[in-house]
Ligand binder design. Structure first.
Ligand code: ATP
Ligand code: MG
Length: 362
């Protein structure tokens, strides 16, 4: 098994696609193994026609407990059964904290030489014994006689855990991607290649995942261990309620005026921490690219927090949009409720990016 990057300019290996047209074009089932919810998305074809979509929210004990494996296996199995999915081949991704990536330049490579060059570069940059990792690379672009290549390495033991877990759910991962690249690919599939510097921020339950794109390429990434669960926990403390009740308050709000003020205090406390981290990341991105970030796109369940988008735009003095893949997916409204898709949309980019992968990618 190889972790497999797919960037726009990836030179595809020769595949059997031309011998068996259609077969290898079949999209894989995209599974986003989030910490709060598993999201599944499957396309009918490469044109982006939706076949199935589903979400499984973990029970509370899975969110607060340590060992999640059993919940993951049963959550995936429940979703696959509910959606009546027959296909076994899936695409998943690893969070960037499990993957070491490095962009390198190779000058004037000769045919057949690239692999050994990559290996010797990887020896220098990957902080593990190469025997213990799965290594993958993809050409990014050509600059004169230089090739810019991205190398990714993930520990074999981590990949083995995922394979094993999916096997238990009776599935087979054909593609294991890197979350940041999936996000960038999903964005590109929905909105085209961004011409200007921009940042995507996936606001999940346990992390803020930022991907900076410059000259159409994801060149910057930062994962901060903060997310929607912090907000729920702060509400829990301030209001003295259960986790479930705090989650409800966060999503539905409160009625009493005094309670509203309390909630606003929590909101400000939490988002101030998030915004500081985002600002630091943007400063770094802008300093390294020497270009200003023009726009920011938000996704992830926590981007639904009312007032957050506007507060961030004001704090950064930048334009902030919602990354809204639901509006880009083609579907039959007789089978899928447009309102449901619209609601789910901010949580979908990763599953969508993975659902775009086919067997031919391998
Ligand atoms: N309407 C809403 N208002 C505020 N928060 C919300 C809303 N809907 C969902 N959330 C929060 O979004 C989070 C779940 O989002 P998402 O599915 O993107 O996370 P995840 O992918 O499972 O987590 P991670 O990426 O951190 O592993 C939860 O913290 C949930 O409470
Ligand atoms: Mg997520």
């Amino acid at each position: 098994m190889e972790i497999f990057l797919r960037l726009r300019t990836l030179l595809k290996p020769v595949s059997f696609k031309t011998l068996f047209p259609g077969f290898l074009d079949k999209p894989l089932i995209g599974i986003d193994l989030g910490s709060y919810a598993i999201k599944v998305l499957q396309f009918k074809d490469k044109k982006g026609n939706l076949k199935s979509i589903g979400i499984y929210n973990f029970p509370e004990e899975a969110l607060t407990g340590k060992d999640k494996r059993e919940y993951l296996v049963s959550g995936i199995s429940i979703l696959i059964e509910q959606l009546k999915l027959k296909q076994k081949e899936v695409a998943i991704c690893l969070s960037s904290r499990h993957v070491v990536t490095k962009r390198i330049e190779i000058e004037n490579p000769q045919k057949g030489e690239i692999h050994s060059l990559i290996l010797s570069e990887a020896e220098r940059y990957i902080p593990y014994n190469l025997e213990d990792v799965h290594l993958s690379y993809a050409p990014l672009r050509r600059k004169g006689n230089k090739y810019e290549v991205i190398i990714a390495a993930a520990k074999k033991e981590i990949i083995a855990e995922y394979i094993d877990m999916l096997k238990e759910a009776n599935l087979r991962p054909v593609v294991i991607d890197v979350e940041n690249f999936v996000l960038a690919n999903a964005f590109e599939a929905c909105y085209g290649i961004p011409e200007k510097e921009m940042l995507i921020i996936d606001m999940g339950a346990t992390k803020l995942n930022m991907v900076g794109i410059s000259e159409g390429i994801p060149v910057f990434t930062r994962e901060v261990a903060m997310g929607g669960i912090d907000f729920t926990k702060e509400i829990q403390n301030k209001f003295g309620v259960s986790f479930a009740e705090a989650e409800r308050i966060k999503i539905e709000g409160v009625k009493e005026k005094t309670e509203e003020e309390k909630l606003q205090e929590v909101f400000l406390k939490v988002i101030t921490r998030w915004f500081q981290e985002i600002k630091t990341a943007i400063d770094f991105f802008e300093n390294t690219t020497r270009k200003k970030v023009r726009t920011i796109y938000l996704c992830g369940g926590s981007s639904r927090i009312i007032g957050l988008k506007e507060a961030l735009a004001k704090f950064l003095a930048k334009t902030v949009y919602m990354f809204h893949p639901g509006s880009k997916v083609k579907y039959n409204p007789n089978y899928f409720d447009p309102k449901y898709l619209d609601y789910l949309s901010p949580q979908l980019p990763i599953a969508l990016g993975l659902g775009l992968r086919t067997k031919a990618d391998v």
